[in-house]
Design a protein around this ligand. Structure first.
Ligand code: F0G
Length: 421
C-alpha cells in the first residue's frame, strides 16, 4: 500500500482516493484534492541529508514526495534557484533588507518547472500518452519541455494573441502542439478540462495535485537557504493561485514535521484589473467567490479571472495570517524596473511582489522574501515599451516610465562621453 493518498479538501466531504486514481478534482463533490501522507515523517536527520544531497532541487526533498525511490523521474535539473539580497528593491520598499527568491532561474525560465517535473513523472507512471494544459505561456513552455524529455505527446491551449512571443517560441521549439483559442485563459481552462475527461489524456495545470507537490519543495529549498530561520513574510504573485497554494502546503508540512516552528505570513499580490481573490479577501464574510469575467492586465501571466485553486490559496493565507492585496499597472511597471536595476530582473507578473511589499508598509524589523516567478526575458516587448516610454495600460492610459532607460541614437562614439558626463 502506498504511503500516500489523495484527499478532498472540502470540509463536508473529505473523500479519499488511491494515489494513482487519475483525478483532478474529487469525483464525489468536485472539491480540490490534496496529496496526503498516511504516516508521519521522522524528520530528525533530514536537514543534514538534504544539505549534502546533489541533483534536482525538487527531488532532493523526495522524502516529502509521493513516489517510491525506484520511480523513473523526468527532470531537467530544476530548482536550486538563487536567493538574492536586493538592495535597490529594499530601498524602494523602505526596508533595510529584501530577499528575492528567483524562480525564473529554472530550466525553462519560470517556477512552473518545479511542479512540472513531478506532474510529468506521474503522467509517465500512469501510462498517459497525451499531456495537456491551458496556459498564459509559462506552463505551456514548461510542459512542452518536460513532455519532450519524457517522449510524451503534448498539447497546449493558449489565448490567441495574448501570450508573449518568448513563451510561445519555447513551446513550439520543444515540439508541443499549440492551439490558440478565441478568449482568455479562463476560456482555455474550461476547454482543456473538457478534453481531460478522456482517459488517455493527462491534465497538468495546477489543479493537478502532483504539480503542487513539486512546487511545495520551494519552501524547503528556501528554508535551507535561510538556514532554517523563518522569514516573517513571504510574498507571491497570484493568478491561478497554484503557487500560493503550494507554498502554503510546503510550510504547513515543514511545521507539522518539526523542521520549522512557525510559518511566514503568506501574502498574495494580484494586478488590480485581475483580482478576484483580493476582492474575496476584502469581503467581511468571505462567503462567495466571484470570478472576474473580464480580467485585464499587461502582466499577461496573471490575466486570470477564475482561479482554479482559490480554496487552497485561501487556506494558505488564513492559516498563516497573511493577506491578499492589489497593485496597479503603474506600480507593477516601476517595481519591475527597480528589480532590473538590482541586476536581477523578472517578468511583469513577478514584479507585483515588490510593488506589493512597498504598499504593505512592512515594519523594518521584519524579514521579507519575495518570490520572482519568471525570467526577465520572458516578455521583452513589455520591457522595451517601458524603457521607450511606450507602455499603454489595458484601459488605454499611457504609463509613466519612471525609471525609463531608452536606447540613445548616436552619430559617433565621440558623443558618448558628453552624454555620460
Ligand atoms: N507569475 C508567472 C510568471 C506566471 O506565469 C504565473 C502563472 C503566475 C505568476 C501566477 O501563478 O497561477 O500559480 O497563481 N502562469 C500560468 C501559466 C497561469 O499558464 O503559465 P499562479
Amino acid at each position: 500500500m502506498s504511503k500516500y493518498l489523495q484527499h478532498c479538501i472540502a470540509p463536508d466531504c473529505g473523500a479519499e482516493f488511491d494515489l494513482d486514481a487519475r483525478l483532478y478534482v474529487c469525483s464525489r463533490c468536485g472539491g480540490l484534492l490534496d496529496i496526503e501522507r498516511r504516516e508521519a515523517i521522522d524528520a530528525t536527520s533530514l536537514r543534514d541529508v538534504w544539505r549534502t544531497r546533489r541533483g534536482s532541487g525538487v527531488w532532493r526533498f523526495r522524502e516529502f514526495l509521493p513516489f517510491s525511490d525506484d520511480t523513473p523521474i523526468v527532470s531537467l535539473g530544476e530548482g536550486n534557484t538563487p536567493l538574492y539580497d536586493a538592495r535597490r528593491s529594499a530601498d524602494y520598499c523602505r526596508l533595510p533588507q529584501l530577499k528575492l527568491k528567483h524562480q525564473g532561474c529554472n530550466p525553462t525560465g519560470s517556477f512552473k518547472d518545479t511542479g512540472m517535473t513531478v506532474a510529468v513523472t506521474q503522467a509517465r507512471k500512469l501510462g498517459a500518452r497525451l499531456v495537456v494544459c491551458a496556459s498564459t505561456g509559462n506552463t505551456a513552455a514548461s510542459l512542452a519541455a518536460y513532455a519532450a524529455r519524457a517522449d510524451l505527446t503534448c498539447a497546449i491551449v493558449v489565448p490567441g494573441g495574448q501570450v508573449s512571443h518568448a513563451k510561445l517560441a519555447q513551446a513550439l521549439d520543444y515540439g508541443a502542439k499549440v492551439f490558440e483559442v478565441e478568449g482568455n485563459f479562463d476560456t482555455c481552462m474550461d476547454q482543456i478540462r473538457e478534453l481531460a475527461e478522456d482517459e488517455s489524456v493527462y491534465l497538468v495545470n495546477s489543479i493537478n495535485p502532483f504539480r503542487i507537490e513539486g512546487q511545495k519543495t520551494v519552501a524547503f529549498e528556501l528554508m535551507e537557504q535561510l538556514e532554517w530561520r523563518v522569514p516573517d513574510h513571504l510574498v507571491v504573485p497570484g493568478g491561478n493561485l497554484g503557487n500560493s497554494s503550494a507554498f502554503g502546503k510546503g510550510f504547513r508540512e515543514l511545521l507539522e514535521s518539526g523542521l520549522i516552528d512557525r510559518q511566514p505570513k503568506i501574502t498574495v499580490v494580484q494586478a488590480e484589473g485581475a483580482a478576484p481573490f483580493a476582492k474575496f479577501y476584502s469581503e467581511d464574510e468571505h462567503e462567495s467567490f466571484v470570478n472576474d469575467e473580464h480580467p485585464e492586465t499587461l502582466a499577461s501571466a496573471i490575466k486570470i479571472g477564475a482561479p482554479v485553486s482559490w480554496q487552497k490559496a485561501w487556506r494558505a493565507v488564513r492559516e498563516t495570517g497573511g493577506s491578499v492585496i492589489t497593485v496597479t499597472e503603474q506600480e507593477i511597471a516601476d517595481a519591475k524596473a527597480v528589480i532590473g536595476r538590482d541586476g536581477i530582473g523578472c517578468e511583469p507578473a513577478s514584479a507585483t511582489t515588490v510593488a506589493g511589499i512597498r504598499k504593505l508598509g512592512i515594519n523594518e524589523n521584519e524579514s521579507v522574501v519575495a518570490v520572482l516567478t519568471g525570467h526577465l526575458l520572458k516578455d521583452t516587448d513589455y520591457v522595451m515599451n517601458y524603457h521607450s516610454h511606450n507602455l499603454i495600460a489595458p484601459d488605454g492610459t499611457a504609463l509613466a516610465s519612471t525609471f525609463g532607460n531608452a536606447p540613445i541614437r548616436i552619430q559617433s562614439v565621440k558623443s558618448v562621453a558628453d552624454i555620460l558626463r
